[in-house]
Design a protein around this ligand. Structure first.
Ligand code: ADP
Ligand code: MG
Length: 286
């Protein structure tokens, strides 16, 4: 039987907008000493703005943006949403013969009989297209048409208002290791990690690499590991962690389903609050 105070703990958590799917997760949460975060949508708002479009000589930047917006037409990735928002025209579906999202890479599509690639350097390499490296900070979307590089779109996301507080609260609660995993570039990851005071970050990861990283961290963790994510790609990692925590408001159904705990208001500062509450509950139970 489940001690009554567990219900008190779960009830107390739900009042804070923290939904715990079972008393065993409260117990596991009380022993967390490592918290691993996904970046986009978890530590950052996950809403990108297009800040610049750099077209190659002789290429119209509006053309680059229009082709990218059409290629991203069927994607609801935060990056795709930002590109479509920046495009002032309307998306003409008749121009799109085919579009494929390649997770952790970008999209490849057939627009007006042209093969269009929109994504990171990995996508370009995978399709044998060249690209130009750039020193800019921000997330970079390279655009290639029929194998020729036409330019890149720079997009920027911002860290959540309470993310700095969330990390310092976790450290204050005795969580030793706060780690960020991301598929984004090293430059972006480094800047976010420095701003938030994270202990560790790993960048340029494919969704499968994130599972591998979590398994590696699990091997060396003394206490339990909590993973916090929001995306479709996060479901396998959420399942692998001792405690999977999903952002509920913006999170994908797959992430919410795979999680043990759901934060209704998407605030990372609620994680330290949940850990403290879980520990209090365990002290009452024992
Ligand atoms: P994160 O780890 O930050 O949550 P993802 O794993 O979703 O990010 O994506 C990793 C990288 O893959 C992105 O930074 C981007 O370079 C590329 N990417 C993913 N989806 C798209 C898309 N729809 N359009 C363009 N690029 C994409
Ligand atoms: Mg993500």
């Amino acid at each position: 039987s489940v001690p009554l105070s567990f219900f008190g703990g779960i009830g107390g958590a739900s009042k804070l907008g923290i939904l715990v799917k079972g008393s065993n997760y409260l117990e596991a949460l009380s022993e967390v000493d490592t918290v691993v975060f996904d970046k986009t949508g978890t530590l950052t708002n996950g809403t990108f703005n297009v800040v610049a479009i750099h077209a190659q000589d002789g290429v119209d930047p509006d053309y680059v943006l229009s082709m990218a917006a059409h290629a991203e037409a069927f994607s609801d990735h935060p990056i795709a949403v930002s590109v479509k928002e920046a495009y002032s025209g309307t998306i003409d579906q008749a121009r799109i013969a085919q579009a494929t999202e390649e997770s952790g890479h970008g999209v490849s599509a057939k627009i007006d009989e042209h093969v269009v690639l929109v994504g990171n350097d990995r996508l370009m390499s995978a399709h044998g297209s060249n690209w130009h490296d750039c020193e800019l900070t921000g997330t970079i979307l390279h655009v290639a048409i029929d194998g020729s590089y036409v330019g890149h779109i720079v997009i920027a996301d911002v860290v959540k208002d309470d993310a700095v507080q969330a990390i310092s609260d976790l450290h204050a609660a005795g969580v030793e290791r706060c780690v960020m995993l991301t598929g984004d570039r090293k430059e972006v990851a480094r800047a976010v990690a420095a701003k938030l005071g994270l202990d560790e970050y790993h960048a340029q990861l494919l969704p499968g690499d994130k599972v591998e990283q979590v398994e590696r961290i699990l091997d060396s963790a003394r206490g339990n590991l909590a993973f916090v994510g929001d995306g479709i790609n996060d479901a396998p990692v959420l399942t692998r962690a001792d405690v999977g925590i999903a952002m509920g408001a913006m999170g994908s159904d797959a992430a919410i389903e795979a999680a043990d705990i759901v934060l209704m208001d998407d605030k990372p500062s609620n994680i330290a609050r949940a850990i403290r509450l879980a520990r209090r509950t365990m002290r009452i139970v024992h």
